[in-house]
Design a protein around this ligand. Structure first.
Ligand SMILES: C[S@@+](CC[C@H](N)C(=O)[O-])C[C@H]1O[C@@H](n2cnc3c(N)ncnc32)[C@H](O)[C@@H]1O
Length: 214
């Protein structure tokens, strides 16, 4: 991958992080935010649905969607280590052959990919500098609904992410996190014919589901 942030992502989410995260997931299951998003997506009809999970990590959303009746789909991740762990867990659960695993920057690899009923980005937008490109390319693939978790656009989040980036700079680590304006994210999704039907806030994060109109 060529972009500077993609190099940072690969280093940030390396083998050790992916191994730790899968261990945590196996012990505790999805985070409360991911659980909330899964419930909201189930309300849009997970039974028989296909998914496109961008930046799926160890696959918490994919495993949850398959438990809720999804038939399979695609997982695109800029972290090869995370992609391998998502596949490992899906293999363990007996459904890996129903998922296409693609390593790379979604913005670069989206062209050949099928549309999906449910498109998801759980804490992904905050890891990528070019929000318009990531949202436009992923939203165009959503047949039925688009679910995402991303940072709230408020002073506290900007402070937390500013501190994180400051430490990253001191460590000379290329990965940076971003707080993209909620209004700008929502405007792009609306321009793709997606209307917000679910919103939930936590201190730093928000989960939203958008449904395709018509
Ligand atoms: C903070 S992790 C979240 C992982 C998982 N969704 C979760 O909530 O546990 C961010 C994920 O987004 C992926 N990512 C960020 N930007 C991406 C892009 N442009 N294309 C593909 N994956 C991306 C990273 O590789 C990583 O897997």
């Amino acid at each position: 991958m060529t972009c500077q942030q993609c190099v940072g992502i690969e280093r940030q989410f390396d083998d050790a992080v992916a191994r730790r995260e899968l261990k945590r997931y196996r012990r505790k299951g999805p985070s409360k935010m991911t659980r909330a998003l899964l419930e909201a997506l189930a309300g849009e009809g997970a039974e028989g649905a296909t998914f496109l999970d961008v930046g799926g990590g160890v696959g918490a959303l994919q495993h949850g969607l398959v438990e809720a009746g999804a038939v399979g789909g695609t997982n695109v991740d800029a972290s090869p280590a995370y992609l391998a762990k998502a596949r490992e867990e899906a293999t363990e659960r007996g459904y890996a052959e129903r998922v296409r695993y693609i390593s790379g920057n979604f913005v670069d690899v989206h062209h050949g990919l099928d549309d999906a009923d449910l498109v998801t980005l759980d804490r992904v937008i905050c890891c990528y500098h070019d929000m318009p490109a990531l949202v436009d390319t992923s939203a165009s693939k959503a047949r039925r609904a688009y679910g995402l978790i991303y940072p709230r656009d408020r002073r506290l989040t900007r402070l937390a992410i500013g501190l994180l980036n400051f430490v990253q700079r001191l460590r000379r680590h290329p990965f940076r996190a971003y707080v993209h304006a909620t209004e700008a994210v929502e405007a792009r999704l609306q321009a793709h014919g997606l209307r917000r039907v679910y919103l939930r806030h936590w201190m730093l994060w928000q989960a939203a589901v958008f449904r395709r109109e018509g």
